[in-house]
Write a protein that binds this ligand. Sequence first.
Ligand code: MN
Length: 235
Amino acid sequence: MPRFLHTADWQIGRQYARFEQDDGLALAEARFIAVETLAALAADEQVDAVLVAGDIFDAQTLSERTLHRTFQALSAYSGPWLMLPGNHDAALAESVWTRAARIGAIPANVHLLASPEPFILAGISTAILPAPLTQRQTYQDLTAWFDRAETPEHCLRLGLAHGSVTGQLAESVDSPNPIAAERATSAQLDYLALGDWHGCKQIDARTWYSGTPEADRFRNNAAGYALLVTLDAPG
Ligand SMILES: [Mn+2]
């Protein structure tokens, strides 16, 4: 049975201007340690892939040192990391991702899903449908194409998206970027892995936000989680 680790919103490189400098450095370091913990968890649990549902990076302009350090933090898990550009790290023509690629920071087992097309993990008969952000904000539902996406027969269908499920979240969301609440059903998804909401939150039987692995400015909303997802079979 395929198993996945679902995480999101690492926001690496975040500035902590409200804190004393030493405290800010400690908080930044804690983000890397959280990613190392996720990699160790993925290895221990022998998952088939890690899904990172956007906002891996907090900004487009991070230092080369921070980019290298982020990808080095993945090293305990050598399986596939499927990463989605979110609003903070959108796949612009020139982005944090193109810079990371240019300096050779991205390991071969990291797959940036920057195009809205199925990504097939043939070994576990799984199709990943990504909804990457190519700009910081959009008012279109980028998951709409999932409904008509063709995937190989007998493959699991997983969606990966970053934004706000319409009508389900508080007003203080991170970005508009709407996602239809019934998408998992209308697109016949076995699981829809979401990012952007900074707490662990279930939307329906097959749709979840993992939330951030680290505590954040949003209060009382279940930060500090990642989700282990096991799927029996398609449908
Ligand atoms: Mn976001």
